[in-house]
Design a protein around this ligand. Structure first.
Ligand code: XMP
Length: 322
């Protein structure tokens, strides 16, 4: 619509004025809609003086890294540095089962990788601006101050160290989520990004109950992809707030498949409806959709022989299992 067009154009103008004719900026992409729209706006404003960094920690869902590296770049022309860091993250997570410990490690590694990239980018000249996809509700929640690095580290792998000497560029500061999505459409971003449901920064790392390994990540990625595919085929994408798929990696149960006995892992489906993730109810997904997901996961994902449904509201359960 023309109003959305104006909002995008005004944001582009404001960024251009803030950064000036020479300034350079960096932006960490997470695969989510907020950082993508923020980056796209800044790219329109200053072109190649923006460098985006995508740290592929190996904890993304199926197809998400490609979405950033290929589709997003094709749609925006953004200058992107990709860091393939899966080995590093998986190594750092070796032997770790405690959820908060996992978050800490993933956050710490992210910062280290990002700082290395930042140094490399600064070798070509100074960078004074850091782009953040802060939304209006984040501004309100954190007390409304502007200024330097005011980042919700608890809920963001993009949680960057707050001693970085950057001025923040926050083109989404006045927008709500639905406006950000419309801006994303206006900017021609891939639909899968624009409409992506909330996904935690630590990614699949906190959806494996137990140690995170490459094999387990692969299993979970397959199961998750099937659940997402069937839910969206059933037209439930917009109705469901998010649907974590959780691998109970330390649990095994007996099953039977063909002539053989199996001893595999369960996955949990956790579809919830919510307004803001503070409270949530379990989604009443139609039985036939659940049946299709269950049949497909147990048929197609070796090692998974049981699919269970989480029917707990929040509170007392959180949305994620970790
Ligand atoms: P919980 O599990 O606390 O989740 O009910 C509420 C919302 O926050 C997301 N979540 C996270 N997001 N880093 C994030 O960026 C995290 O460590 C994290 N933990 C939970 C969760 O997916 C839900 O949308």
């Amino acid at each position: 619509s023309w109003t959305m067009l104006n909002i995008v154009e005004d944001a582009v103008e404001a960024v251009r004025a803030q950064i000036g004719p020479e300034g350079r900026a960096i932006c960490a992409l997470s695969g989510g809609v907020d950082s993508a729209v923020a980056a796209a706006i800044v790219q329109r404003a200053i072109g190649d003086r923006l460098t985006c960094v995508f740290v592929d920690h190996g904890l993304m869902r199926k197809g998400e890294a490609e979405q950033v590296e290929q589709d997003f770049v094709a749609a925006t022309g953004v200058k992107l540095r990709v860091v393939e860091a899966a080995d590093r993250f998986i190594k750092a997570l070796e032997g770790v089962t405690d959820p908060e410990e996992k978050r800490k490690i993933i956050g710490r590694e992210f910062i280290r990788v990002f700082e290395d990239e930042q140094r490399a980018i600064m070798a070509d000249g100074p960078v004074d601006f850091l782009v953040q996809g802060t939304l209006y509700p984040d501004v309100v929640e954190s007390g409304g101050g502007t200024g330097t690095a005011n980042i919700k580290s608890h809920h963001n792998v993009g949680g960057l160290p707050d001693d970085l000497a950057f001025a923040l560029v926050e083109p989404l500061r006045t927008l709500f989520k639905d406006e950000v999505r419309r801006a994303g459409e206006e900017l021609g971003l891939p639909a899968a990004m624009v409409w992506r449901q909330p996904f935690p920064g630590p990614g699949l790392g906190i959806r494996i109950v137990g140690e995170v390994t490459r094999e387990r990540l692969d299993l979970l990625r397959e199961a998750d992809a099937i659940a997402r595919e069937e839910l969206s085929r059933a037209g439930l994408d917009r109705e469901i707030w998010q649907c974590p798929v959780v691998l109970l990696a330390d649990v095994r149960s007996v099953g039977v498949q063909g002539d053989g006995r199996t001893y595999g892992h369960p996955v949990v489906l956790r579809p919830v409806s919510s307004e803001d993730a503070m409270t949530a109810d379990w989604s009443r997904v139609p039985y036939d959709v659940l049946a299709r997901i269950s049949t497909r996961i147990t048929n197609e994902v070796r090692e998974v022989n049981r699919v269970v449904l989480d029917v707990t509201s929040k509170p007392p359960g959180t949305i994620e299992w970790e």
